[in-house]
Design a protein around this ligand. Structure first.
Ligand code: PLP
Length: 405
């Protein structure tokens, strides 16, 4: 068939589910991306928060090459020592005791939801099936993930909603207390919403969430696919609140530094139902992914890198609030946590992204008419100041367009 399924003429045989920018890249280095037409961009998207160490980081390239010459894939029929190394690191650094490796964030979410329901089955409470999620959340695109987030635009046209999923207003603890009953299996939430527009729970909310779920015998699942792996200045965002450890956590994005790796972490107790045969993955935890994941983990789980996130994030917050004061007609809110930064804009956020792109600055979109900055975690203050200068020019463009209209 030669019929186009995409509106982009260069994408005849690609399914048209993305509204892609007319821009392609040939190579990257750190926070720089070079287009196929030879132009240089400052990258504050970083593969949607996956390339936490920037592009072509030498330590990751070396890990990939070294493992690439040894062994790529054998499947989970066998023991994979490289999995045990990365799982040890993740468990040493978190609440977790056990890990299931996946290829993506969505699969980590699937594992988390399945583990939660199985837990109650082996615990003699098979009636506990309901999963409580929150408005504005994003957990991925599988049927379970779109039902858990409840976002209508991801559900419409895909048949009936799955039973057993409930959504509440983000951060509404009174609604949560009222909604939990003896049919509730788990609560799933992003400590800092990513796609939803960089909305962060407060530390007090995180602690309350933990108390409410613990008291009710309900499992707490944190989706740290975007907020985790150093993005907020801690290895995981839940660490900002003491005593807010979840029972289960989904991790992906920066876990592989840009290579596809995800993980579902759990306490021994919460993983009780995950017995031989109940779950699996062909590619999950393959030696190549594990080798890159180990290298990325060591580089991200360092005081120096996490300090850099806090420093550069502090600089961004201060400078962006300055821009908001000078351009109240363009910027109405600065939100998020660490280097998961949301800027709520007055012009359409997609239009503002193009204005930034015209300044050779790449930024991401987000819910609630936000744009997001998700730069590499090793971004320097100099690069951050370059990003601010480009954003300032984009604000000037936005102002000029509004007054011309
Ligand atoms: C990206 C994301 C996912 C889905 O991850 P994929 O790797 O795209 O499957 C799930 N949850 C959150 C919070 C995310 O940001």
């Amino acid at each position: 068939m030669s019929t186009a399924t995409s509106s982009n003429p260069a994408q005849h045989h690609i399914m048209g589910v993305y509204n892609r920018a007319p821009l392609a890249f040939e190579r990257g280095r750190g926070a720089r991306l070079f287009s196929t037409t030879g132009e240089e961009y400052l990258d504050c998207v970083a593969g949607i928060a996956t390339c936490g160490l920037g592009h072509a980081h030498p330590v990751l390239v070396d890990a990939l090459k070294t493992q690439g010459e040894k062994l790529w894939h054998v499947s989970n029929i066998y023991t994979i020592p490289e999995q045990e190394v990365l799982a040890d690191k993740l468990c040493a650094a978190t609440f977790a005791d056990v890990v299931f490796f996946t290829n993506s964030g969505t699969e980590a979410i699937e594992c988390a939801l399945k583990a939660a329901r199985r837990y109650h089955v082996v615990n003699g409470q098979a009636e506990r099936v309901n999963i409580i999620g929150f408005d504005g959340s994003f957990h991925g695109r599988s049927y379970a993930a779109v039902n858990a987030s409840g976002n209508a635009s991801y559900l419409d046209g895909f048949g009936p909603r799955l039973p057993g999923y409930i959504q509440l207003p983000f951060g509404d603890m009174d609604a949560l207390k009222a909604a939990i009953d003896d049919k509730t299996a788990a609560v799933i939430i992003e400590p800092v919403q990513g796609e939803g527009g960089a909305r962060a729970l407060t530390e007090a909310q995180l602690i309350e969430l933990r108390q409410i779920t613990r008291d009710a015998g309900v499992l707490l699942i944190f989706d740290e696919v975007q907020s985790g792996m150093g993005r907020t200045g801690k290895l995981f965002a839940y660490e900002w609140a003491e005593g807010a450890e979840p029972d289960i956590m989904a991790v992906a994005k920066a876990l592989g530094g840009g290579f596809p790796v995800g993980a579902c972490l759990a306490s021994t107790e919460a993983a009780r139902g995950m017995t031989p045969g109940v779950h699996g993955s062909t590619y999950g935890g393959n030696p190549l992914a594990m080798a890159v994941g180990q290298a990325a983990f060591d580089a991200i789980n360092s005081e120096e890198l996490l300090d850099n996130v806090k420093t550069v994030a502090g600089y961004f917050t201060q400078q962006l609030n300055g821009l908001k004061d000078r351009f109240p007609d363009v910027i109405v809110d600065i939100r998020g946590k660490g280097m998961l930064i949301g800027i709520k804009v007055v012009p359409n956020n997609r239009d503002f992204m193009v204005m930034a792109r015209d300044q050779k600055l790449l930024i991401a979109g987000g819910g609630d008419n936000c744009v997001r900055l998700l730069p590499p975690l090793n971004l320097t203050v100099e690069e951050a100041s370059e990003a601010i200068a480009k954003l300032e020019k984009a604000c000037e463009t936005a102002r000029a367009k509004a007054s011309a209209a």
